[in-house]
Design a protein around this ligand. Structure first.
Ligand code: SF4
Length: 360
């Protein structure tokens, strides 16, 4: 593609944007902190789903210094239900870095923004262009789709070659003097006009330039990336109860949900019933000499889909006569206070269904 020297596509997009954009609380601000929070929330999250989280989060943490001083547990609590919890942990780490290394002022240099934990090229470009009008094109899923159709690009977007191709074209289209507006317009155009399924191309202001439309092949673009395989995991949660108390654990390591709380968890390679679970070494160790009084299955085989993982979870409520040494490695809490802890959505579903959830 040749350089669009008159920036006609950019001009059309911006014109369209002024008439069609949604009024959103993070629009029309040049505050890099607010832009950053909104962009992180909107990664992997729809606007209608993320809106409440954005409002609650920015009400509690209205600026960088408030966030930098926050406890991780509290930020995760405000994130609860959004998924991809590393986003919240990384945001906290980045806020602390800005407080320690940038004098508490959000850095404006693209390379500095990109150096912050959890900030990739997309988010750095969004912040640099929306807050300071710097000419860095954003290339998210919406933009990939628009570009793939406009120029009938058949390279899968997740391939190395695809990323380079789309980044180059996005840069060529951008009017550097209107970088922020151009990026916002392009993203909104992908979200509202050039939608994934059956876009209404007839009134589209770019239909005369659109190669996919001209060739009647809109549905063929963008070319779908190859599917990655999904890993099945089998979770068995033990809601152990003794004298009104229960035990929970804060997840650590490099697995999902780091920093969130959950009941003692046994994971098996395959689906097993309670008889099979009882035979595992971990179950025996955990419940040894506790004098099990009763066991009930509260939720069985709940399917919970994450990216590249399918979890199948069963929740057992187990009443015991006394604690043991193994349980001492967990946090003992009154059953009624579980709602005060940030828990994964899966555990939240269980708490909701069993009426144990305490309002935030
Ligand atoms: S003509 Fe259709 S496919 Fe092409 S940019 Fe417009 S909405 Fe998208």
């Amino acid at each position: 593609m040749e350089t669009d020297t008159d920036f006609t596509i950019s001009h059309t997009l911006i014109h369209w944007y002024h008439s069609n954009k949604r009024e959103l609380p993070w629009r029309d601000t040049a505050d890099p902190y607010i832009i950053w929070i909104s962009e992180v929330i909107l990664q992997q999250t729809r606007v209608d789903q993320g809106m409440g989280y954005f409002l609650r989060f920015t009400e509690r943490f209205p600026d960088l210094s408030t966030l930098a001083e926050a406890e991780e547990d509290e930020t995760l609590k405000y994130w609860q239900g959004l998924g991809y919890y590393s986003r919240a942990r990384n945001m906290l780490a980045a806020a602390r870095t800005i407080a320690d290394s940038f004098g508490g002022v959000f850095p404006s240099r693209y390379e500095d923004i990109l150096s912050l934990k959890g900030v990739g090229e997309y988010t750095a470009a969004a912040i640099a262009s929306f807050a300071w009008n710097q000419p860095y094109p954003v290339v998210d899923g919406n933009v990939y789709r628009v570009l793939a159709r406009l120029f009938a690009i058949d390279t899968p977007v997740n391939s190395f070659k695809g990323k380079k191709t789309f980044a180059r074209i996005a840069a060529l289209l951008m009017n550097p003097e209107k970088a922020g507006l151009h990026n916002q317009a392009m993203m909104e155009f992908g979200a509202l006009q050039c939608v994934p399924r059956n876009p209404d191309c007839t009134p589209c202001p770019l239909s005369h330039q659109c190669m996919a439309y001209a060739s009647g092949s809109v549905a063929s673009f963008p070319v779908k990336p190859k599917k990655t395989s999904v890993r099945n995991r089998y979770f068995h949660y033990l809601h152990i109860v003794h004298e009104g108390d229960t035990w929970i654990n804060r997840r650590s390591g490099n697995d999902i949900w780091k920093g969130l709380y959950e009941f003692p968890l046994l994971e098996t390679e395959e689906a097993v019933d309670f008889a099979g679970l009882q035979k595992t070494e971990e179950f025996r160790r955990l419940l040894k000499d506790t004098g099990i009084r009763s066991v009930s299955i509260e939720l069985q085989n709940v399917k919970h889909i994450l990216s590249h993982q399918a979890l199948y979870a069963t929740f057992y409520k187990i009443e015991i006569e006394k604690g043991n040494e193994a349980l001492e490695s967990f946090v003992r809490i009154p059953c009624g206070s579980i709602g005060e802890y940030a828990v994964p959505r899966l555990v939240d579903i269980y708490l909701e269904k069993s009426g144990r959830k305490v309002a935030r």
